[in-house]
Design a protein around this ligand. Sequence first.
Ligand code: ACM
Length: 499
Amino acid sequence: MVLTLVPLPSSVTAGSGSFALSPATRIVIVDGADAAASALSDLLAHRPGLRSEVTTDPAVAGDIVLRSTDSDDEAYRLDVTDRVELTGSAAGLFYGIQTLRQLLREDAGAWSIPQVSIVDVPRFAYRGVMLDVARTFFDVATVKAFIDRASSLKFNRLHLHLTDDQGWRLQIDSRPLLTEKAAGTSALGRPGGFYTKDDFREIIAYAAAHHMVVVPEIDLPGHTHAIGLAYPETVEAPVMNDMLLAQSESLGQPLPVAGEPYQGWGVGHSSVRIHEEATWDFLRDVLGEVAELTPGPYLHVGGDECLGTPQADFDAFVERVTALTIELGKTPVAWHEAGSAAVAEGTVGQFWGSDTPSPEHIEHTLRFAERGGSVILSPSTRAYLDMKYSPEDPLGLSWAAVIDLEAAYSWEPTAIVPGLDPHAIIGIEGPLWAETLTTLDDVDHLFFPRAAALAEIAWAPASAKDWNAFRERVGGLGSVWDAEGWGGHRPAEIDWSTP
Ligand code: ACM
């Protein structure tokens, strides 16, 4: 029997029988595994005919035992015999429960879990997904739904792209006009919106309960047209570039106009005024509040696609903004272009070039490691979740590539950037840009099943890579996602009837 597990655990030994669940199944808490018990109890309650009682009584055969350890890693051990024994740290227990979610099977109304022994630990510490809430504003409920989906695949970082030319999405008390004047629109006439600080705290808390750390991004110095609607003295006039002009013409999208909302998809035309101290007062206020609001270690400061900005100005900006981020107590993260500059020591670079990168992209990415930082890999030809699955796909873009499931699965993080020390790679991230997205169903379409391929790259041992075995395992997840009410694409290259 195929164990339909994605990401594949580091060690799996299958038994021959199965553990039967019933409405009388008890969840036994040992050593304070209360949060895990509540997560598992919720999961079971969503399966027709299943219920569970949570208890601290001594365990007997037929029980599911959750045993908490005080380690701070993400590992867990799961043994399914005549009982289920799950042991781990808080994160480990959470991941073990995601494994149980995938193992639970229903046959004619009877629920069971195959007998198995699993010892599991992730390959990479940074296993990220990104949601672009700037091109399309997604409300708190949708972000929580995204967290449910991502955390079920053991992703542990939620990068939120909070600002872009099309809109500003986070309340900043010291700069109230950002949400009063720059948040009202999204791309292509879709409604705008923003998160109050309480909304954002709610997202952070929900993410934390799902063992995801929020990485907020304030994209700078470019992608800042919206700021000009609120604080025009801090931004330059738009600088057109050939790509923007061509795209605007072919898509029939108006060109950006200073002081008016920009609702097209074009990039590279905006910049904050790099040499004005008023800009730096603004940035200190904004980044200071974001840093204060964010318990996680990272603050992403963008750095991508500053096509109209002279190189020397860009480099000076990056140097100063990464230093400011460190002053504010956070580790800066920046898209790889920022590696042209003397980034502050320890800055994390996010590579988004192709899987055969240009010499310039390589050089910029290596710079982060040279300066004591590390690298997240998001090769756009493999890991961009907003690319189409096929040329006919109604959603998504294709400027980087058309990425079918096999392409999303078949790459190795250590082989993308030549010369990059594998130890400098903290992990990978799948960005989901939202130019073409309107609803959670749209998000699901681009996310499932490709995010499962990225999750496997992020978590499973490199030696486990095997497309045919992955195909079989992922095929079993269609019914798991269906049971949760999660949508997604079901490409024909996979047999989704796998039990
Ligand atoms: C990017 O796709 N502009 C990071």
